[in-house]
Write a protein that binds this ligand. Structure first.
Ligand code: FES
Length: 143
């Protein structure tokens, strides 16, 4: 199995590992098939993600995608972060082997789970955004 240099870099030197003590929101998701788990903490102010940290108990692709995903959402608005797809994260890593694409879904799901929690704590999920969280309903991947 061939991994890109970027995947190897983010796996060997993951960015934004850890927890945010005064996080505005957290999202934890898991893949029921492999048992891997990913948790993302977000610090949010005025609808902007000021900081993001993750902890991933999982494979190299899951670690690399969570590292890249946090890099991609820091400094972004919630709307911008909600448009993040697992495909975009994988592309930013110069691709993942097809058999490992499902690992990148954890990154998209954990970010969305955290933003969903944030909305629920702050007035509810806007009606026009509810469909963006459908990805969390996939039994195979959510806990
Ligand atoms: S094998 Fe489980 S997330 Fe990669």
């Amino acid at each position: 199995m061939l991994y890109s240099d970027k995947v190897m870099d983010h796996f060997m030197n993951p960015r934004n590992v850890g927890e945010i003590e005064d996080a505005s929101a957290s999202g934890t998701v898991g893949n029921a098939k492999c048992g891997d788990i990913m948790k993302v903490d977000l610090k949010i102010e005025n609808n902007v993600i000021l900081d993001a940290k993750f902890k991933t108990f999982g494979c190299g692709s899951a670690i690399a995608t969570s590292s890249m995903a946090t890099e991609m959402i820091i400094g972004k608005t919630l709307d911008e972060a909600l448009s993040l797809t697992n495909k975009a994260v994988a592309e930013a890593l110069d691709g993942l082997p097809p058999v490992k694409m499902h690992c990148s879904l954890l990154a998209e799901q954990s970010v969305k789970a955290a933003i969903k929690y944030y909305y629920e704590q702050n007035g509810g999920i806007p009606e026009d955004k509810k469909h963006l969280f459908d990805v969390l309903q996939e039994d195979e991947h959510s806990v």
